[in-house]
Design a protein around this ligand. Structure first.
Ligand code: HEC
Length: 407
């Protein structure tokens, strides 16, 4: 398998414009001259006036730090997008937009596919122009962002020479609690990583099994594709799109020790130890990275709907609590995920025998939905006597049904 060891370089077709734009400052002239700049540019200076240039360090100092990090930092950053200096590269380059999934936030070499630019110049299809609530960034400044992308969106430095690679960012953030199940897990490193060492043995995810505890035997391993991003050799991704969303506590592990471990392109092992703050590591190579996050809230899966709706709202004593049988309400037994599945999915309604309680794949044709939304031909809206479920909750149940009402 070909290993993308460095950020790919792209033709610099807007060089002429860029040189016209930036010809007046020393740093910018260096930027226009090509060779060597991309991977070497250390932060230009700490604080003070950093000249505008088509480098991440300059964009960080002139755009992200003054105008964005007030919102886009920490665990509650909007859409998980963190733009502080430690996170901006790995949060942007090669990362899919949460808002407009057809775009990357920054697609190296491709300004038109880079959603960051659209959010800055006001041409984004969704949401507001950034910075939210502030004056727009001047076009002449956005041009430096465009040029950095045309140049391949290189990082500022290649880690500390001779030091082992460390993890600089994790999304979802360590110890965060999210209402929505993440579409992917992204892990940022400070150096280019050997793609062949990012695999299902070295980058793993388990959930606690519902008790919030690990190492007590009931954890559930999640199998999902993992890879090093094709456009950013410092970004490892786990694709969760096909994983059934369940609210639980999750543990992410990346191995820096043992028979299978993550190496940089020079074969140096991950310095992974993590004690609550990033970057990881204790200064010597080796050591596993282990961090946890939580998903809390109704997800479109039976375990989650059972825990959040059927269990507390329907299976209460005297209602849908079993034993299973022809008599309502007990006979429609919703007291466990297994019983709910057996009582609902592709089972005819007793009240309207021509309807299925849950018609797998078709929420509109499911009598359960009519009972929850109040449109059923017979009997009362559920839960009997209220409080009725809000539409957002019913919509999650609809998604579970439309997706096939699986266990
Ligand atoms: C006042 C808070 C605030 C500030 C300041 C702010 N943002 Fe945002 N940003 C948000 C919110 C809220 C959203 C989601 C809603 C929206 O897009 O309107 C968002 C969304 C985004 C997105 C879309 C992310 C995705 O995954 O699709 C990008 C990109 C973005 N912001 C970049 C920036 C940049 C760059 C700056 C600084 C120039 C900035 N933001 C400043 C609050 C802010």
């Amino acid at each position: 398998m070909p290993v993308p060891k460095t950020i790919r370089r792209f033709p610099r077709f807007t060089d002429l414009i860029a040189i016209l734009l930036v010809s007046c400052t020393f740093v910018a002239c260096t930027a226009g001259s090509g060779e060597g700049l991309s991977v070497s540019g250390r932060p230009l200076s700490e604080g003070g006036n950093v000249p505008l240039a088509a480098t991440l360090a300059s964009i960080q100092a002139n755009v992200f730090d003054p105008s964005c990090v007030v919102c886009h930092s920490g665990a509650s950053a909007p859409l998980g997008l963190r733009l502080d200096a430690a996170s901006s590269f790995t949060s942007l380059v090669g990362v899919t937009s949460r808002q407009a999934g057809a775009f990357l936030l920054v697609a190296p070499g491709d300004v038109d596919r880079s959603y960051l630019v659209k959010k800055l110049d006001g041409s984004a299809s969704e949401g507001e122009q950034m910075p939210l609530g502030g004056p727009p960034i001047p076009e002449s400044t956005i041009d430096f962002v465009r040029q950095w992308i045309v140049d391949g969106a290189p990082p500022d430095s290649s880690g500390v020479p001779g030091q082992p690679p460390v993890i600089v960012s994790l999304t979802p953030a360590p110890d965060s609690v999210a209402a929505n199940f993440p579409v992917q897990i992204s892990v940022g490193f400070d150096q280019d990583i050997d793609a062949s060492t990012i695999n299902e043995l070295t980058f793993t995810l388990v959930r606690s099994g519902g008790d919030g505890q690990f190492d007590n035997g009931n954890e559930i391993a999640i199998s999902a594709p993992v890879s090093l991003s094709a456009s950013n050799a410092r970004l490892a991704l786990m694709d969760l799109a096909a994983v059934s969303p369940v609210d639980d506590r999750y543990r992410v592990s990346l191995l820096g020790s043992g028979p299978n471990m993550i190496l940089n392109v020079s074969g140096v092992a991950l310095d992974g130890e993590f004690a609550g703050s990033l970057p990881s590591g204790d200064g010597t190579q080796g050591g596993d990275f282990v961090a946890e996050f939580e998903v809390q809230g109704l997800q479109a899966s039976l375990p989650s709907i059972q825990a959040n709706v059927f269990g507390p709202g329907c299976a209460v004593s005297g209602c849908h609590s079993g034993p299973a049988g022809p008599n309502l309400p007990a006979g429609m037994d919703l007291s466990s995920a297994g019983n709910s599945l057996a009582s609902l999915v592709n089972i005819a309604s007793v009240q309207v025998p021509t309807e299925l309680r849950v018609a797998s794949g078709d929420a509109d044709a499911s009598y359960l939905i009519q009972k929850l939304e109040g449109g059923a031909a017979v009997g009362a809206r559920m839960p009997l006597g209220g409080a009725f479920l809000d539409q957002a909750t019913i919509d999650v149940i609809r998604v579970w049904i439309d997706n096939g009402a699986s266990p």
